[in-house]
Ligand binder design. Structure first.
Ligand code: AOF
Ligand code: ZN
Length: 338
């Protein structure tokens, strides 16, 4: 059982981890506690090629000072020599007596640190604050486990489930709070995905902007999927990140390709054809829906091509959250895969 001091230290390590960059390597934090639970050192990982969190924390101690201490780490200490040496060995050599970590390392290469520590006589406890640790590096874990980025399918719809009016016009169904929320989420994603149909119909910029249209610092890579050619003067060509084009309907292959590029999260911005296909093929990890208090009548459905012939084929989702943003409703839900 973890002590109260260890739980506090883990929360601290999770906060420390956030100081590191999102990227090729996960964000990891570490705190070294004395046997009586006093914080002796702390560290975090600053990105691929730099010391791991445990080594960063140990480096703040004098030789011999780590003997008999407890290391509290947000990820299982690694067991491999990558760009740096194995943390499990560094902890053993420093004489650490106990290791408490949150989440098992999901990679084949780095896993096994816990077993190595135990074999070396260290008392190891796994799983403290596991959910928070997993949430922090959720996209990275997803990429390691599946080889593909985590896919969020976003759409805005009227109360009657329509994405556009009768003439096809669709912009600004939702209010300013929902739009701001979308831009923040675009900025947090590694890539933004759209179909050529949407690019031709709406000419979207696919950038993340603040309320007065200024570009946010973080920008997702625009990824355009479909066999139709995108005109030279399309707005997407002026995106700060060079767009990727995939002239295919094989969405699984597109996601595999994005995974090999290290893209961990994809924010899907339409249109209904692409979004229906992702959901139909079980490639969506999360849906993000904004419902505006308007009625659009007999026009285009938000997910008209989902292809559910009968109630037995209905797509089931698990709701993660429901919130009100201004006059709109935001629903986050995850498809239930059976
Ligand atoms: C840890 N502590 O702080 C981090 C770990 O190429 P390298 O040497 O940087 O190793 C990267 C892998 O190590 C990464 O894929 C993940 O499995 C693990 N990250 N492990 O013990 C850390 N950042
Ligand atoms: Zn390591």
């Amino acid at each position: 059982m973890a002590s109260a001091a260890e739980t506090d230290a883990m929360r601290r390590a999770l906060r420390l981890a956030r100081n590191g960059p999102r990227g090729l390597n996960p964000q990891v934090g570490a705190v070294i506690l004395s046997p009586s639970g006093v914080v002796l050192a702390e560290g975090f990982h600053r990105g691929a090629g730099t010391p791991h969190a445990e080594v960063d924390a140990l480096s703040q101690l004098h030789p011999g000072e780590a003997r008999g201490t407890t290391a509290v780490v947000t990820l299982e200490p690694c067991n491999h020599t990558g760009r740096t040496g194995p943390c499990a060995v560094a902890l053993l050599e420093a004489g650490v007596a106990r290791v408490v970590y949150a989440l098992d390392d999901p990679t084949d290469a780095a896993a096994g640190g816990a077993a190595r520590l135990r074999a070396g006589g260290v008392d190891v406890e796994a799983g403290l604050e596991r959910e928070s640790a997993e949430e922090l590096i959720r996209d990275w874990v997803h990429l390691q486990r599946t080889g593909r980025p985590r896919v969020t399918v976003k759409w805005a719809q009227s109360l009657d489930g329509r994405a556009a009016a009768a003439d096809g016009t669709s912009q600004w169904i939702t209010g300013s709070a929902a739009r701001r929320d979308v831009h923040v989420r675009r900025a947090a994603a590694d890539a933004i995905l759209a179909g050529t149909g949407t690019v031709l119909a709406d000419d979207p910029a696919l950038t993340a902007r603040d309320a007065d249209g200024t570009l946010l610092e973080q920008q997702p890579v625009p990824v355009i999927v479909g066999e139709t050619r995108v005109p030279e003067d399309a707005a997407v060509h002026r995106h700060p990140k060079t767009p990727l084009f995939f002239a295919t309907h094989d969405l699984a292959a597109v996601l595999d390709d994005l995974g090999t590029r290290g893209i961990q999260s994809v924010f899907v911005e339409g249109g209904p054809t692409l979004e229906s296909a992702l959901l139909r093929e079980g490639l969506a990890d999360e849906v993000l829906m904004y419902v505006a208090p308007v009625l659009l009548g007999g026009s285009r459905l938000a997910l008209g091509e989902l292809g559910v012939p009968s109630i037995t084929a209905a797509r089931r989702l698990e709701v993660a959250s429901i919130d009100v943003l201004g006059d709109d409703i935001r629903v986050v839900a995850r498809p239930v895969h059976d």
